[in-house]
Design a binder for this molecule. Sequence first.
Ligand code: FPP
Length: 244
Amino acid sequence: MTEIDLKRLPKHIAIIMDGNGRWAERHAMGRILGHKNGAESVRAAVRTCRRIGIRYLTLYAFSMENWLRPEAEVSALLNLLKEYLENEVQEMMDQDIRLVAIGNLDSLGEPILSKINEVSARTSRNRGMTVILALSYGGRDEIAAAARRMVGDCLAGKITPEKVTKELFADYLYTAGLPDPDLLIRTGGEYRISNFLLWQMAYTEFYFTEVLWPDFRERHLLKAVEDYQKRERRFGRTSEQLKT
Ligand code: FPP
């Protein structure tokens, strides 16, 4: 039995959903069916997080690097995403869930972009939980884009170089206004962060599991939260300092 303390939940969980391809291979299916089953795990993760009271859930749904995959796989992933948004918007309204998308969204093209805009606008006043989809997202690209806009503001005289602090810089990122993740979960047995939320994960706790994403269900998520709750987050301080 998983024992979690509902009063000490991570406020923000981020997930690298890995292993769809290997799952499909193990089940003698094409990779695209792996992603389709992965979309079911997305639904399950959103439901569980909402049920236990997680406030923010960020999902790495499509990375910048994913554009390099075969065209058929890229379009299948984008189609799954569109289907997900179409099918889940009512559930998001019922469950008071707000949808936010981060990444180089323009590169997704129509009609995905207008679907994202429509669902984001429709759910924008929901406050129960925020689901953040990282799409066409790369951490270094995000930081470079933020620097570009900040330099632009400097040249336009809106800010001066002395005003540049880590807090100001964070306001130029896609995640402006969102809290940093407390817990990162990566499925699929790889131990890396793959260009995900590089700036935002400075103090995030990492949890890796061998479970392949299409198999990831409520009990796996609760186990990750339980593991997180056993850790002591010191943010550079000593254990003694935390007691005072
Ligand atoms: C990694 O598996 C997963 C992805 C590249 C995409 C994640 C997408 C989904 C879970 C489905 C669609 C998303 C939503 C929000 C509905 P992989 O193909 O890299 O697996 P492998 O490492 O085993 O090959």
